[in-house]
Ligand binder design. Structure first.
Ligand code: C2E
Ligand code: SIN
Ligand code: SIN
Ligand code: SIN
Ligand code: FE
Ligand code: FE
Length: 390
């Protein structure tokens, strides 16, 4: 390893602190692998998370390959995203034994009883010479994942060096275990939000799919606008509550199988202010954003929306994002008062409203992620998953 002995403890502690500060799971996973590569001087590393009897492939990094191969090709080559835990694979054996598996010479990996697929190496013109597979253990000693390091410098398989690699991995495991717990809590919270929001959205008549989908659409648009996990996550969590004020709208209006009269529409419009009333004064970031979205999701970029007739950037960015997702989902869905619109027509409509109903920047982002968006609508019953948060 490329560091002086005396600095090692300090370095490890610093890595531990650095990692424990990262609460975003996806970023943390990347950071762990980056730090491990830096710390060990290896060429590459990857990380798997264990769920039940499956290992999920989460991160792949390789300094050499990243210089030589385009990110797209690299992505294509890393096909298999999860596999069953078996003792014949190196990572699988690492989980089953709960021990480091050190293979200083990968040419002899079969002699050790492992199956090893060399196709990826071949495809990419790479040679995996040595490999270290380290189990990541949670607080109760349970295996939560596996860290793999490839092509380590000379001497890395000495006992002392392996001890350091293990110490590094245990720092990573603590941070990862916390982040996974937090992620589980967030999933539970999101599930609660979806369930409660369903009460409002057409009372009990609708499935939760609309709310889940429009919240994912909002998230996709947000992620095309800003590479800011907090912004993206807040939109994902807050957007399902945009129509919460509809709880107070009488069914005779809400479920009317025809166009609303002017008077009925005036009542309908109050769902924005009622929603804001329900959400106002809350302390958590999610509910603060939810408040803005509930109040302003029917404002229009050109100032002709309601309830306040705000214009352009006066409308909070979160509400400008949700406006597009809301209308998109409303149009492609069946409503008591309308049949679903075809996807292409809906897209054209959204684009035609660029600068009118919608913020041009948001429409651009919508177009950028359009393929991702429609994939949600081609898989009925799409559920939120960890993958979507990433
Ligand atoms: P929603 O169904 O969730 O629709 C959200 C927004 O999508 C609507 O906001 C509107 O901007 C857009 N949208 C939905 N359907 C259509 C459509 O067929 N054509 C066009 N051009 N845009 C559409 P809006 O207009 O402020 O309506 C707010 C809510 O009021 C709607 O939420 C819905 O719950 C209710 N609503 C609106 N119009 C009618 C109606 O004619 N009949 C009934 N029963 N409800 C209506
Ligand atoms: C092992 O844990 O499998 C060997 C590494 C060491 O003894 O530090
Ligand atoms: C409206 O026209 O204001 C309501 C949305 C629609 O059904 O077109
Ligand atoms: C932002 O992206 O948060 C600022 C720009 C805007 O309000 O659209
Ligand atoms: Fe609404
Ligand atoms: Fe809506």
């Amino acid at each position: 390893m490329h560091i002086k002995k005396g600095d090692i403890v300090e370095k490890l502690v610093n890595i531990g602190i650095l990692l424990s500060q990262e609460k975003n799971l996806r970023k943390l996973l990347n950071k762990i692998v980056e730090e491990v590569i830096n710390f060990t001087g290896a060429e590459g590393g990857s990380l798997y998370i264990k769920k039940g009897n499956t290992l999920h492939f989460m991160v792949f990094k390789n300094r050499i390959l990243e210089e030589r191969v385009s990110p797209d090709l690299l992505k294509k080559r890393i096909k298999k995203s999860s596999f069953e835990i078996k003792g014949t694979s190196i990572a699988g054996a690492c989980v089953k034994r709960g021990e480091i598996i050190a293979i200083p010479d990968m040419d002899r990996v079969e002699e050790l009883g492992f199956k090893y697929d060399r196709r990826m190496d071949k495809d990419l013109g790479y040679k995996t010479k040595s490999l270290l597979s380290i189990p990541l253990k949670g607080p109760q000693g349970e295996i939560i994942g596996v860290l793999q390091i490839v092509n380590l410098p000379e001497g890395s398989f000495e006992k002392e060096e392996l001890r350091l690699a293990r110490a590094m991995a245990s720092q990573a495991a603590i941070a990862l275990s916390n982040a996974l717990l937090l992620d589980e809590l967030k999933n539970a919270q999101l599930d609660t939000i979806y369930r409660l929001s369903r009460v409002a959205e057409f009372k009990d008549r609708e499935t939760g799919d609309h709310i889940r989908r429009m919240s994912l659409v909002s998230k996709y648009i947000a992620s095309a606008m800003k590479n800011d996990p907090d912004f993206i996550e807040l939109i994902l969590y807050a957007s399902p509550m945009h129509d919460i004020g509809k709880v107070a709208i009488p069914d005779s209006i809400l479920l009317k199988p025809a166009r609303l009269t002017k008077q009925e529409f005036e009542i309908m419009k109050t769902h924005t202010k009622i929603g804001a009333e329900i959400l106002k004064g809350a302390e958590t970031p999610i509910l603060k954003v939810a408040y803005k979205i509930a109040l302003y999701h029917h404002e229009k970029y050109n100032g002709t929306g309601y309830p306040e007739g705000l214009k352009g950037y006066e409308i909070p960015i979160e509400a400008r994002v949700v406006a597009v997702a809301d209308v998109f989902d409303a149009l492609v869905s069946k409503r008591p008062y309308k049949e679903p619109w075809p996807l292409e027509k809906t897209k054209e409509f959204i684009v035609s409203q660029k600068g009118q109903h919608f913020d041009p920047v948001v429409v651009e982002a919508f177009i950028k992620v359009y393929d991702k968006i429609i994939s949600l609508y081609q898989k009925p019953g799409t559920l939120y998953s960890n993958q979507d948060l990433a």
